[in-house]
Design a protein around this ligand. Sequence first.
Ligand SMILES: [Zn+2]
Ligand SMILES: [Zn+2]
Length: 385
Amino acid sequence: MARDYYGLLGVGKNATDQELKRAYRKLARELHPDVNPDEAAQARFKEVSTAYEVLTDPEKRRIVDLGGDPLENGGGGAGFSGAGFGGLGDVFEAFFGGMSGQGGGGARKPRGRVQPGADSLIRTRLSLAECAVGVTKHLTVDTAILCDICHGAGTNGNSKPVRCETCDGAGEVQSVQRSFLGQVLTSRPCPTCRGAGETIPDPCHKCGGDGRVRARREIAAPIPAGVANGMRVRLAAQGEVGPGGGHAGDLYVEVVEQPHDTFVRDGDDLHCTVRVPMVDAALGTTVVVDTILDGPTELTINPGTQPGEVIQLRGHGMPRLRSGARGDLLAHLDIVVPTKLDGKQTDMLRKFKGSRDKDRAEVMSAQSEHNSGLFARLRASFSGR
Ligand SMILES: [Zn+2]
Ligand SMILES: [Zn+2]
């Protein structure tokens, strides 16, 4: 079966040479081994390069348009015959010629000594209350900072960097390798100057020429109210200073929320469990909950409260991040039956039972109204709430 050379480049059958070149350049920028070391990308780059090579050769393109495959018949089966190699100049011209900010002819500008710095990450433990009100955390961070002796220049005193002798200032060294395409010119960063194109013969004594040093420093990280476990607060330009004193990356402060003694958090809602003695559940009572933001708050237990009932205190949960809204506090009631009764209490309960002659233990219908609460809770627990 003939290969779909047009499909490989993503162009139509009547694509002009200009369109072929544009399509190839676009793909080469994604797939060229210098840009994309991924093996699958390299394999695709070869296919795409082959397609470009074939379609820009009028003779081969004619064979493709007739439904044939110019690389299947003849040419020794090795892909390109020696004669086909002439087109390789175009391949590289198309690729390198179109790279922004770079010269033609395969020569690239050195990337320079000054590089942007990396982002860094620090974790900080916050109590639930701190998450609720927001807090300014004083943290010790360990990052690269600008060298205060050379201010990023990397040089000692008034000395100057010099052009790298290994790469003659290009920042990269090139070698010719044999591959599917025939001979392929590959380039890699210069091992001497690591791509900078220049070296520092007399480096700064403090930073050794890197323009930056590692240091611990204190920062104040403002954590907004409403953050939750795993959230990251970004502090712009507080990360690592780059090589040569390059612009610092960002610092991310990740929140590690500590478990609370009373409350379990679910998004903006808080859950707690309130144990209610059986008699209080029957007669009704009040209980004080020390809420996370509103201080001691009274919770009314109505007479006849059943085990598992949930009392919702609207707006007493966590604040929503960057919003005035608040979640709810949900108090789950656990009705406690006394386990040890003295003789007098037993007598009283017997008397009470005597006055309630209709009360007796029985197996319920699954559909009964009294069971609906239980099953609603079971269903809710399956749905994860
Ligand atoms: Zn220095
Ligand atoms: Zn070099």
